[in-house]
Design a binder for this molecule. Structure first.
Ligand SMILES: Nc1ncnc2c1ncn2[C@@H]1O[C@H](COP(=O)(O)OP(=O)(O)OP(=O)(O)O)[C@@H](O)[C@H]1O
Ligand SMILES: [Mg+2]
Length: 263
């Protein structure tokens, strides 16, 4: 696959991910209270909201890290509600974390190779021709991804020597290595300098042209809003507003929840 060079997918109106009235309780606290969202295929969909509004909980429930108490999660038309995380991952739903945790002593290339689900699976086959072919194919794939992300020069650098922004790029690379169809990111540009943040977001935008979809939680609205197709606003476990990025901050409901959160 040529990363980022594919033709735009025609906007068929198809959904990558749909949640229907998702509910999650922590004891007496209702962290998700009937959350329904729709992530269009090939879109960047953003979820914003004050601290504690339920954004990370939503990601955890969608990816199977937490079970839902009620409601549904549907990925590409298939019900994945409360399936175990590895099954959801195998279907192409890959999440990146607020604090990336690659294997720090391994080189960038190795971190990409081990992300591929079949890698190293067949120790018994080692050094057979088939295994070597596969190894070559995966290394080629890893370098295509590194080239696309603009970090190919770092291929033999230990992950612990990367900057915060470069680590985010490595995380995206690892998701691409697994052929992710929907990439879910919790605060991908938190702590990343503005220039690098913009270049990361441009890469994501290019990937949408290959039909990859993104569900992103992020607080840095000044930087991210230009890149997203649709925004949901959460407060107290509910979706309180949704809209296009250039309109959402004018919505009185959104101003209210952010002002309310400051008090
Ligand atoms: N494992 C848990 N057990 C108990 N309560 C939790 C748990 N995880 C989250 N909560 C609570 O659920 C609510 C929603 O938390 P969540 O982490 O989803 O918010 P968030 O929108 O991601 O906030 P932030 O912007 O600060 O990351 C908060 O009140 C939080 O304290
Ligand atoms: Mg969070």
């Amino acid at each position: 696959m040529e990363y980022g060079n594919s033709q735009p997918t025609p906007s068929s109106g198809a959904s990558a991910l749909v949640t229907q009235r998702l509910t999650k309780n922590f004891g007496g606290l209702r962290a998700l209270d009937g959350v329904s969202i729709d992530v269009a295929k090939g879109s960047i969909t953003l979820v914003i909201g004050p601290n504690g509004s339920g954004k990370t909980t939503l990601i955890n429930v969608v990816t199977g890290f937490l079970s839902a108490d009620d409601g549904k999660v549907v990925f590409e038309g298939r019900d994945i509600t409360n399936k175990p995380p590895h099954e959801i991952f195998q279907m192409g739903v890959v999440r990146t974390f607020q604090n990336p945790h690659p294997l720090k002593k391994l080189a960038v290339l190795e971190n990409l190779l081990i992300a591929e689900p079949g890698y190293g699976e067949s120790v018994l086959q080692s050094f057979t021709r088939r295994w070597i072919d596969k190894e070559e194919r995966l290394v080629k794939k890893a370098f295509d991804i590194l080239n696309f992300l603009g970090i190919e020069h770092l291929w033999d650098e230990q992950a612990m020597n990367l900057s915060g922004g470069q680590l985010r790029l490595l995380e995206i690379g690892r998701a691409l290595m697994c052929d992710a169809k929907l990439i879910i990111m919790d605060e991908p540009i938190a702590g990343v300098a503005p220039a690098l943040s913009h270049s990361i977001l441009k890469k994501l935008k290019e990937l949408t042209k290959s039909g990859i979809s993104f569900l992103i939680v992020e607080h840095r609205l000044d930087i991210i809003l230009d890149y997203v197709d649709w925004v949901y606003v959460m407060a107290n476990g509910r979706i309180v507003a949704e809209g296009k990025s250039d309109e959402i901050l004018k919505n009185p409901k959104v101003i209210e929840v952010y002002l309310g959160a400051q008090g």
